[in-house]
Structures are given as C-alpha cells and as structure tokens.
Design a protein. Structure first.
Length: 615
C-alpha cells in the first residue's frame, strides 16, 4: 500500500517535471523566436540604411566620368598625349574637379592604359605615368560595355576605392578612359557600431568593407586557387594578404539565417544575418547581429516567467493549504458543536424525563400529603377523643365526688331547714352552688375540647388559654402535687391562633410535663411567656429528667412514645406540632441548663382585642 503510494507520487513528480521541461522548452523556443524576430527587424533596418548609403554614394558619381570625358581639355589630351601644356592643364583641371566633387582621385588613361594626367599629379603617390590596363574598369570602358566600374585597393595609393571608368571618345574613336576613384572609408565610418557587424563582400565572398577592421580582406570559406587567380588577375586587393573566416551558415527551422564562427579569443559566435544583393556592383551587403543578447533575453524571460509562475504556484499552494487548514478547523469546530448539541439534546431529554418523573413524584407526594392530612385530622379527632375518654374517666370521679358531696349538702340543708337552722342550710346551699359552678365550667371545657376546632385564626389571649388549660388539668395537678408557676409579664400576650386548639396543645404539654416529673420529690412546672419582636414566646419548663439525646430528634414524630402501652399513644406532640404550624408558629424542645425539659412555643403576635380577649 505504502509502496504503491510512493510509486504513484514518484510517477506524478516525474510527469510534473517532464511537463515543466516541455513547457519550459516551448516557452524558451517561443521567446527566442520573438527576440530573434526583433533582432532580425533591427538588422533589416540597419541593412536598409547601409545599403541606401552605399548605393547613394555610388550613384552620385556614376555619371560623372562620362561628363568629364566630354571636356575639351580631356579630349585634347588624349589626342596629344605628349603635349606638356595639355598635361599641365588637364592635371590642374582634374585636381580642381576632384576637390569640388569630393572624389578621391580623378585621372585620364590613355588607350594603352598609361595615366596621362591625374588629380594627384603633385602627390607622392601620383598616378601619372602608371599603367592600370589590368583593371577591369579600364578594359570594360574601352570594350563593348562602354563603361567600367570596379572596386579595388589602389596599387599605388594602397587605399580602397571604387572606380568608375568612361571612354573618352573623339570623332567616334575611343582614345582613352576617364576614371573617377571614390573613397569608401567614409561610409565605413558612418556604419560604426559595437552591436552589429556590417560587411560588404565581393563576388568571391571576400569582405572588403566592414565597420570593424578584423574581418577586412578575409574570405568566407577557403580561398581556392580558382577564386584566388581571379582576384590576382585584376589585382583587386593589390598586395594585401587575403585571410579566411571559418564559418557555417544555415537557416534554422524558424527561418532565421544563422552564421556561426569562432571569435579571435576562440569563443563560439553566432550571428543572425540580414543581407541584400547589389546587382550593379555584384556586392552583397550583410548585417550580422550577435544572437547572444537575444538568447540571454529569451532565457531570462523564460526564467523570470518560470520564477513568477513558481512563485504564484507557491502562493497558490500556501493559500490552498491555509484554506484547507481553515476548512479542517471549521469542520472540527462544527463536529464539536454537533457533539455539544447532541449532548445538550440528550441531556435535555434526560432532564425532561427527570422532570416528568419529579412531577409524578410531586403529584404522588401531594396525594400522600392529602391522605396524611386526612389521617392527621382523623387522628387529631381520635387523640382528642382518647384524651376525652381519659379525662372523662377522671372527670367521672370529679363529678361523682361533688355530686355526692352536693347530695350530702342538700340532705344536710333539708335537715337543717327542718330544724330551722336556715343560716347553716344557706351555707350548705352556697357550697352546693359552688360545686355546681365548678362542674358547669368543667363540662363547658369538655364540650369545647370535643368539638372539631374552628378553622379560623384570630387573636387569642394567652393568659386565658393557660387559665382554661389549668382548670382542665386542675384535678391532675392537684393529685400529682405539682406546683405550677405562671409568669406572663405585665402586658397581655395576644397571639393569632385558634383558642381551643392552642388549649389542646397546652393541655398536652402540661400533661406530658406532669407525667415526666412524677418521680421527682419536688415537682415544679413553669410557664414563662414574653414578647420577642412580632412573636410571642411561651416556655414550658419542668424539673423532670429531661429528654434523652436519642429521643430528641423523634419526639415530634407521630406514634413515638416512651410510655408504657395504654398510657400514651405517642400522638400528643405530633398533633401539637401540626397545630402550631397551622398557626404559622414554631414548637421546639431542649434540655434546660438547670435540668428538665423545656418546650418553647413561638406564635405570631396579634393586636389585643379586649372584647375577644374577654370572651
Ligand atoms: P405520649 O405522651 O402519648 O407518649 P407525646 O407525643 O405527647 O406522646 O410524647 C412523646 C414522648 O415524648 C413521650 O413518650 C415522652 O417520652 C416524651 N416527652 C414528652 N414530654 C416530655 C417531658 N416534659 N419530659 C420528658 N419527656 C417528654
């Protein structure tokens, strides 16, 4: 797997490299063609200028020999070639004309080739007396052509020149030749340039004009004896040594004419060639441009383009890489978000389920609470009935005793009245009334206790409730020998409560306290009430054994009792607790520092209403 991947990578790299090479080569080739075309255009312009200047220079002088040949002094001279006066006159005339025309030399040749007069007659290398019959311009002018032109290096002056020859005719006879030699050095100078080579070659392919001297009088390719003999015959290059230029020349596939040779320093040279033929003179004007700068430019352009492309590719790659990383990061973030959302929805559904379960539980609990409350109400009632039963047993004794006493008093009163002791009888009847009142009060409380409590809360005087409870438990207190201390302060303490139910609570607390202190030698019970802020506190303190630590947390639980069976149901404190809670109050218990248990009732205080309080 890994190897296949590596192979694929290598194959890809090779393919990419091949593509780069092919594209690079194509671009290089295209750039070369473009720069070569520019080079060629430049060469063509240079060629046009060079050819025009050369052609102009030649054409300026072309007709002049014919004009001069018609001059009388010239014609006279060829008729009398030995006449010194004519020679002098012709010399002077020719010098003057040459200066005027700007020609290098003007001279008259006799029909045998001897120079009769010349513009340079007074110069060291004067042509006068010289014979140039070997020159083509001479025999061409005398021959059928009727005009001669020739390029050559002067045999006398050793200066390059172009010669125009015209026959000197007198009465239809050709007696001599009129020759004008023009100097071509000036033209060479106007072609001076470091960038291009401008050369002019003769029919033998020998360079005779060049804007750079190194190629002058050098032949392209080897000089065969054939070629050399033709040059020697005309003595075109006098005694100058003809050199050789080794070269190859071909037209490349794009149509550029390329010439390759070796420089003086041995370095390979390549030239782009533009050329034009000058048929009149049988010359070839050639402009050679070094291709090196064009090739360097093409290579540089390709390198620059390649570099730019590479840079762009690199930037593109970096951007692509960044985008990819960003996309990856976004994908990771998206995945994290998705996961979070999934978790949230999962959690939400869990919470919804938990919520539903909770709601069910609440409903169930409410139902249970309702049931409990119902049961509690019933139990309260049952508790009350039980207390009533307990009390009625005790009360029957309470009632029976005064009833028996009242009966005795009544019988005694009867007897006393019969005996006329009315004062004593009256006293007995008073005692009977007192007992009846007491029994009436007890029966009223019992009625109240047995009745289902009034649900409505209203201001209740704490003192009254305590007094009622005290009265209810009077016989019990008296029997057990308990001393009860009540301290409610100066101000009446009024609480918001239900009088009967509060009384029930107090009766319960006091009964428990009486039970607790049963075994004590001195039995003391204290009821202390006071106002604390907007609450009223009532403390019930006994000097019993107090409450064991283990019992304390469960003391308000229903059916919790430490008493033996038949003596306590364990409902008293539980009912009390609920009653006090219904009053928006609190009930608590602690062991008093001085010993014994202390129950504290805390009830909302109310404004005292005298009428109600009295009731
Ligand atoms: P019961 O009196 O029927 O047992 P209660 O609810 O009234 O039911 O009392 C619960 C228990 O609290 C009692 O059995 C007793 O152990 C304890 N208790 C109540 N009051 C006192 C007190 N003043 N001193 C000590 N223990 C008490």
């Amino acid at each position: 797997m890994q190897r296949t991947r590596l192979f694929q990578l290598a194959l890809g790299a090779v393919a990419a490299l091949a593509l780069v090479v092919v594209l690079g080569w194509l671009a290089w080739h295209r750039a070369t063609v473009v720069y070569f075309t520019q080079l060629h255009d430049r060469g063509q312009n240079t060629l046009n200028l060079a050819e025009a200047s050369l052609r102009g220079q030649l054409s300026r002088f072309e007709r002049l020999p014919h004009l001069l040949a018609d001059q009388r002094v010239i014609r006279s001279l060829v008729l009398a070639p030995r006449d010194p006066d004519l020679v002098v006159a012709a010399n002077l005339y020719l010098r003057e004309t040459a200066e005027m025309l700007g020609a290098s030399d003007i001279y008259v040749m006799y029909r045998d080739g001897e120079t009769l007069a010349a513009s340079n007659f007074d110069q060291p290398h004067s042509f006068v007396g010289g014979n140039f019959a070997f020159r083509p311009y001479f025999f061409d002018a005398l021959g059928t052509k009727g005009a001669g032109r020739f390029y050559a290096l002067g045999t006398t002056s050793n200066k390059r020149g172009y010669y125009f020859g015209a026959p000197i005719e007198v009465a239809g006879q050709r007696h001599g030749v009129m020759v004008i030699k023009i100097d071509l050095d000036e033209i060479e100078q106007t072609w001076a340039s470091d960038e291009v080579r401008i050369i002019v070659t003769d029919p033998e392919n020998i360079v005779f004009l060049s804007n750079r001297p190194d190629w002058l009088f050098r032949s392209f390719g080897p000089l065969t004896t054939d070629r050399l003999s033709r040059t020697v015959q005309t003595r075109r290059y006098a005694n100058a040594e003809i050199g050789q230029i080794d070269y190859t020349r071909d037209t490349d596939p794009d149509g550029f004419d390329l010439l390759r040779t070796t420089g003086n320093d041995g370095a390979a040279l390549e030239y782009l060639v533009a050329y034009a033929k000058m048929p009149d003179a049988e010359w070839m004007v050639q402009v050679l441009l070094n291709t090196r700068p064009a090739r360097v430019q093409a290579a540089s352009a390709v390198a620059l383009a390649g570099f730019s492309l590479g840079l762009m590719a690199l930037i593109g790659f970096i951007l692509w890489q960044r985008r990819r990383q960003l996309a990856e990061r976004l994908a990771v973030q998206q995945a994290a978000r998705d996961e979070l959302e999934a978790r949230v929805s999962q959690r939400t559904s869990q919470l919804a389920a938990a919520n539903a379960a909770l709601r069910d539980e609440v409903t169930e609990r409410r139902a249970t609470e309702d049931r409990l409350r119902q049961t509690q109400t019933e139990l309260v009632q049952a508790g009350k009935l039980a207390a009533l039963g307990q009390m009625s047993a005790a009360l029957s004794h309470e009632f029976n005793q005064p009833l028996a006493a009242a009966r005795n008093y009544a019988e005694n009163a009867q007897l006393l009245l019969d005996r006329g002791r009315s004062a004593e009888a009256h006293d007995n009847i008073g005692r009977i009334l007192g007992m009846i009142d007491r029994m009436g009060r007890i029966s009223r409380h019992l009625r109240n206790f047995a009745r289902k409590p009034h649900q409505q809360l209203r201001p209740v005087d704490l003192g009254d409730v305590i007094a009622d409870a005290q009265e209810l438990l009077g016989w019990q207190l008296a029997r057990s020998g308990v001393t009860l201390h009540v301290d409610l302060g100066q101000e009446p303490l009024v609480v918001t409560a239900g009088a009967v139910r509060l009384q029930q609570v107090l009766v319960n607390l006091l009964s428990n306290a009486i039970d607790a202190i049963e075994g004590q030698e001195i039995k003391t019970l204290r009821l202390v009430g006071c106002r604390v802020g907007d609450m009223v506190e009532l403390r019930v303190h006994d000097n019993g054994p107090g409450i064991v630590d283990a019992v304390q947390p469960r003391i308000f639980d229903p059916f919790f009792s430490t008493k033996e069976v038949g003596k306590g149901l364990g409902l008293g404190l539980s009912i009390s607790y609920n009653i006090i809670r219904d009053f928006h109050g609190r009930i608590s218990v602690r062991n008093h520092p001085d010993g014994g248990a202390e129950f504290t009732l805390c009830l909302p205080a109310a404004q005292p209403l005298p009428a109600q309080a009295a009731q």
